[in-house]
Design a protein around this ligand. Structure first.
Ligand SMILES: [Zn+2]
Length: 62
C-alpha cells in the first residue's frame, strides 16, 4: 500500500528555511576603517580593508 512520504514538500521546507537564514544574517555592516556600509566577511569596497589591514588596492583615492 502506498504511504505518504511527507505532508510538506521539499520546496516549501527549503523556501521557509531560506527566509529564516535571511532574517538572521544582516546584509550590511559598518566598516571599522572608513565606517562605510559593507557586507560582513567581505573586503570593504570603499577602502579595501579586511581584518585591519589593506587586503586589496582601491583606485578611488579621495
Ligand atoms: Zn572601509
Amino acid at each position: 500500500m502506498g504511504v505518504q512520504q511527507s505532508r510538506r514538500s521539499k520546496s516549501r521546507t527549503r523556501k521557509k528555511r531560506s527566509m529564516w537564514a535571511r532574517l538572521d544574517t544582516p546584509t550590511r555592516m559598518e566598516c571599522p576603517q572608513c565606517h562605510e556600509a559593507k557586507m560582513p566577511h567581505r573586503v570593504c569596497p570603499s577602502c579595501g580593508f579586511y581584518k585591519n589591514r589593506e587586503a586589496i588596492k582601491v583606485n578611488a583615492a579621495e
